[in-house]
Ligand binder design. Structure first.
Ligand code: TEU
Ligand code: CA
Length: 565
C-alpha cells in the first residue's frame, strides 16, 4: 500500500454545539474549540473533524446549510475559523470540515430562488416535479419519516428531500450544481483545510425514474435503501469531485458510505478510488431493522467481532478503512456494544483497545476518550433530535406504549452523544457558564476529563497510551500497516487478532465475558511475548504467557502484546 500522510495519525470528531462554550450562551463554539486544542494535542490527536459550523437554521443541527461560505454566528465568525486553522497548524493538527452536499437548507438562496421560479435556472438546482391531481411522483420514504416529496406552497410543484423537508436535495445531474460545489470545496481547501468528511454521499445519485417500490411499512412508503440499490454511477460524480478538488490539494477525504454495493469497495477506497478512506459502519448497522429502532437488536460481542473482522478481511489489499465505535448519529459505543455488566471503566478500555488496534484510521468521538455513556432520558421532550422524534412516533404506531417507546428511543437516540462534553465536576460539567442547549448527563460528577487527567488508571490515560503506541516508531509499522489476522474466532466473547508487521507481530486480545478465560496459541512457543498495553495494569515489557504456553484473560481484560519473530 502506498503510504499517505494521514495513515499513521489518530483522528477526533468534534460536535461543535456540544464541545465547549466560550461565551455562556449555552452553545459550544469555535473559540471553545480553540481553547481545547492543547487538550487534544496532549491526547495525541492529529486530525480533527468538525461537524458542520456553516450558516444554518439548524433544523438538523447544521446538516442543513444555508450558506457554505459563512460561519453560523452561533459558532463564531470566519475570523474565528481562520484562527482555529492557524492554531491547529501550530500544534500539528489537520482540520477536516463536514461536506454536506447531498442537500442544502431550504433557507439557502438557491432554494429560495427555485421556489420563486421553479422553471428558472435555480429550479434546476433541485428536483422539482409537477404534482398530478395533488399526487407526488413516487412512494419513497425520507430518512426522517414521511414522503420525500414536499409541496411548494402556492404552486402545483413539489421538491425532493431524502432527509428532512428543510433539507432539499441538490440536483447532481446539473453540471452547474457540481461546479458550484467544487468551487466552494476549493475555496475551503485553499484556506488551509486538510480535507472533508463527506456526508450521506451515496444519496447524490438517484435512479433514473421516479418509480414506486414495494411498500415496506404500513405507511405505503419504501425505504431509501431499496431505492439506492437501483441507482447506478455515483462514482462518476465522485471521481469528478476528486479530480477537481481533493487530488490537486493532496487532501484527505473520508466518506460516510452506507448501502455500498457488493464488490464496490475498490471504487470507494482503492488506489484509484473516490475517497482516501471510508467509515466502517458494519457494526453500527448490525442488528438495525428497516422497520425502525423498535425492531432492532443490540449486537452481542460475538456479532461485534464478526462485523469488525468481516470488514477488515474485505478491505485488505484494497484500501484503508476508518474505524469508530460511535459518532454523532449513534448511541455511545460503551452503552451499545458492551454487555451491561461490562459497562465499567475496565470494559470501556477493552472496547477501546479492540477497535483502536484494528487496521485503519481510528476516529475518536468527543467524550469517548473519557468513557461518556448514554443519557437517561425521562421524557421524550428532553430529546431534541428530529430522527428520535420520528422513531418515537414509529414505535407508537407499531403499538408500543409510551414508556416502551421512550425506552427504545433512549437507547438509540442521537442525543445520547450530543449532550455536552464533561470537562470537569463543576456546574454544567464546565461546558458552559450559561444554560446548556441540551441537558448535561448527570454522571459528569464522576465521569469527567479533569478527574481523569492526572490518573494513570483512567479511561483517558488508557486512550492516551493507545494513541502513543500507534505513534511509537518501534511498533508503528505493524500497527498502521500490518495485515489483520483473526484467531480463536470460535471462542465466545473473546476477540483476538494478530497484526502482522514487517518485523514483528502484534497480538491483541480481549475478553468480553464476566469470567476468566484461558487461551493459547502454538505460535507463542519458544518466543518472547511481552506486554505493550494491559487494562489490568501489567507493565510494558513484562512477559505474560505462562509456563504452559497459555494466557489467562480476566473478565473484561484487554491486552496488546508483541511477539518477537
Ligand atoms: O447521516 C446520514 C444517514 O444516513 C443518517 O440517516 C443516519 O442513518 C441517521 O442519522 C440515523 O439516525 C448524515 C449525518 O451524519 C446526519 O447527522 C445527518 O442528519 C444526515 O446525514 C443528513 O445530513
Ligand atoms: Ca457559545
Amino acid at each position: 500500500m502506498e503510504k499517505k500522510w494521514w495513515h499513521e495519525k489518530t483522528a477526533y470528531q468534534i460536535y461543535p454545539k456540544s464541545f465547549c462554550d466560550s461565551n455562556g450562551d449555552g452553545i459550544g463554539d469555535i473559540r471553545g474549540i480553540i481553547s481545547k486544542l492543547d487538550y487534544l494535542q496532549n491526547l495525541g490527536i492529529e486530525i480533527l473533524w468538525l461537524s458542520p459550523v456553516y450558516l444554518s437554521p439548524c433544523a438538523d443541527q447544521g446538516y442543513d446549510i444555508a450558506d457554505y461560505y459563512r460561519i453560523d454566528p452561533r459558532f463564531g465568525t470566519m475570523e474565528d475559523m481562520e484562527e482555529l486553522l492557524k492554531e491547529a497548524k501550530k500544534r500539528g493538527i489537520y482540520i477536516l470540515m463536514d461536506l454536506v452536499v447531498n442537500h442544502c437548507s431550504d433557507e439557502h438562496e438557491w432554494f429560495k430562488k427555485a421556489c420563486e421560479d421553479p422553471d428558472g435556472e435555480y429550479g434546476k438546482y433541485f428536483y422539482i416535479e409537477k404534482m398530478v391531481d395533488g399526487k407526488v411522483p413516487c412512494n419513497w420514504r425520507s430518512y426522517f419519516g414521511g414522503s420525500v416529496w414536499e409541496p411548494i406552497p402556492g404552486t402545483d410543484r413539489c421538491y425532493l428531500h431524502v432527509f428532512h423537508k428543510k433539507q432539499p436535495d441538490l440536483n447532481w445531474e446539473n453540471p452547474k450544481v457540481r461546479e458550484e460545489i467544487y468551487r466552494m470545496m476549493n475555496w475551503w481547501l485553499d484556506k488551509g483545510l486538510a480535507g472533508f468528511r463527506i456526508d450521506a454521499i451515496i444519496n447524490i445519485k438517484k435512479p433514473q425514474s421516479w418509480k414506486n417500490y414495494p411498500a415496506d411499512r404500513q405507511d405505503g412508503l419504501c425505504d431509501m435503501a431499496q431505492v439506492l440499490a437501483d441507482a447506478q454511477g455515483v462514482e462518476v460524480f465522485l471521481q469528478e469531485m476528486k479530480e477537481h478538488t481533493f487530488r490537486p490539494h493532496n487532501a484527505f477525504s473520508v466518506g460516510e458510505v452506507f448501502n455500498a454495493k457488493e464488490g464496490e469497495l475498490a471504487a470507494w477506497i482503492g488506489e484509484e478510488g473516490c475517497f482516501s478512506s471510508m467509515f466502517d459502519f458494519s457494526q453500527t448497522v448490525a442488528g438495525k431493522s428497516p422497520l425502525g429502532w423498535y425492531a432492532s437488536e443490540v449486537p452481542t460481542p460475538d456479532e461485534y467481532k464478526r462485523c469488525c473482522f468481516g470488514s477488515q478481511l474485505q478491505s485488505e489489499g484494497i484500501g484503508y478503512l476508518s474505524n469508530i465505535i460511535e459518532n454523532h448519529d449513534e448511541p455511545r459505543g460503551v452503552s451499545h456494544y458492551l454487555p451491561s455488566e461490562a459497562q465499567t471503566e475496565r470494559g470501556k478500555k477493552l472496547l477501546a483497545a479492540m477497535y483502536f488496534m484494528l487496521k485503519g484510521l481510528p476516529f475518536i468521538y468527543q467524550g469517548q476518550e473519557i468513557g461518556m455513556e448514554n443519557m437517561e432520558f425521562s421524557a421524550i421532550n428532553e430529546i431534541d433530535d428530529i430522527s428520535s422524534q420520528d422513531e418515537y412516533r414509529v414505535c407508537l404506531e407499531a403499538g408500543l406504549s409510551e414508556a416502551e417507546a421512550l425506552q427504545i428511543v433512549s437507547h438509540y437516540s442521537r442525543d445520547n452523544v450530543r449532550t455536552p462534553f464533561h470537562w470537569d465536576g463543576s456546574r454544567n460539567a464546565g461546558f458552559t457558564a450559561g444554560t446548556p442547549w441540551l441537558n448535561v448527563n448527570p454522571n459528569y460528577v464522576t465521569i469527567n476529563a479533569a478527574e481523569q487527567e492526572g490518573n494513570p488508571d483512567s479511561v483517558l490515560s488508557f486512550y492516551r497510551s493507545l494513541i502513543a503506541l500507534r505513534k511509537n516508531p518501534e511498533y508503528r509499522e505493524a500497527i498502521v500497516y500490518g495485515q489483520l489476522e483473526p484467531v480463536l474466532e470460535e471462542e465466545s466473547g473473546i476477540m483476538a487478532y494478530f497484526r502482522r508487521g514487517e518485523k514483528q507481530d502484534i497480538f491483541v486480545a480481549g475478553n468480553f465475558n464476566s469470567d476468566s478465560r484461558r487461551i493459547s496459541l502454538d505460535e507463542w512457543r519458544g518466543k518472547t511475548v511481552s506486554v505493550l498495553l494491559d487494562n489490568y495494569g501489567k507493565t510494558p515489557g513484562e512477559e505474560i504467557i505462562g509456563e504452559d504456553g497459555s494466557l489467562t484473560l480476566k473478565p473484561q481484560q484487554a491486552v496488546v502484546l508483541v511477539v518477537e519473530r
